[in-house]
Write a protein that binds this ligand. Sequence first.
Ligand SMILES: Nc1ncnc2c1ncn2[C@@H]1O[C@H](COP(=O)(O)OP(=O)(O)O)[C@@H](O)[C@H]1O
Ligand SMILES: [Mg+2]
Length: 338
Amino acid sequence: MTGRPKVALSSVVIKEEKMEQVKAAISQLQYQDLIFKDWGFEEVFEKGTAVSLLFYGIPGTGKTLMAQAIADHLGYALKVVGTAEIESSEPGGAERTIKKVFAEANASIGGPTEFNKFVSSLPKNPIMPQPLPQYEGPELLCFDECDSLLYDRNAVGVILGAQINTLLSELERFKGVVIFTTNRLGKLDPALERRITAKIEFDFPDKNQRALIWRRMLPAKAPLAKDVDIEKLAEYPLAGGNIKNAVLNGAREAAYTKKTEISMACFVKAIEKEVESLNQFLSAYEQSNKLNRLNKQELSNEDGMLKVADRVANKEAQISGEMVKLMKSWKGEKDGSR
Ligand SMILES: Nc1ncnc2c1ncn2[C@@H]1O[C@H](COP(=O)(O)OP(=O)(O)O)[C@@H](O)[C@H]1O
Ligand SMILES: [Mg+2]
């Protein structure tokens, strides 16, 4: 195992009701071994015993972090599979990768002996030797933002359809835990939809949650200037992932400009970049979803921004091209009023 500190469930800032949903799913996972191995139900039900969760919500809301926290909580090794690993220029390459990923995870669930058997069965490549996988405990598979694997097969054409078919048949035989994460919830493949044990939406954090995230990300040793005001920082509508970037970029800004302290201005500069990138996502989101027009009034203040974020996440609202301008003017007013 690596020396990485474990991610505690409680370190993920989400609403109490969402945490309850996560805990309910976890308690289901904890009984997998008892039910299927100890009580022998795997002998009767060879298929369809996997537990699969779907985490959806806008980027930076803690989906991948939660996958890690669940793996750590259960004593599993998190195996993250991204689109880059699956995509392949060879025909059938994606399907082969999907099969290999499931074979490895299944072997890891069987324990070290089973896993080593799997490793020795891997084809050797003398030209470009690959590092062999190491046994780090049972694997929890996380298909991270592999959106194309989730869509309705009828809507995506034969190539992606074949990948989805492979995923579904592997999932059917899988004995472990799979988490799918996605930033956009399109129409899921109906067969996948039936197999998902629980769908959990990750919301845009509210102001109190943002303040908590800011606080936890600022270490006691960081030389914060006196003007750093967490309540003010938390007013900016940013997701946890953006806050993380803003914290690090704020610290970098201070270090590069040879300041002895990290001031509010360093953070605000970093925040502006994040607001921009959040906006870019939201405009792309608009183009990929046919949604209702937002009214300008809603974008005029903090409360409105949060509602917008919620409506966007629930796919009820359309972000107009004016969003960027409005957000800027809203932020400008805030800056001016300081
Ligand atoms: N809800 C949250 N609570 C605490 N930290 C968060 C939260 N959301 C995001 N973060 C921070 O942002 C980083 C990136 O979030 P991530 O889990 O990758 O988001 P997602 O997978 O939803 O895009 C995390 O590693 C963590 O530091
Ligand atoms: Mg993620």
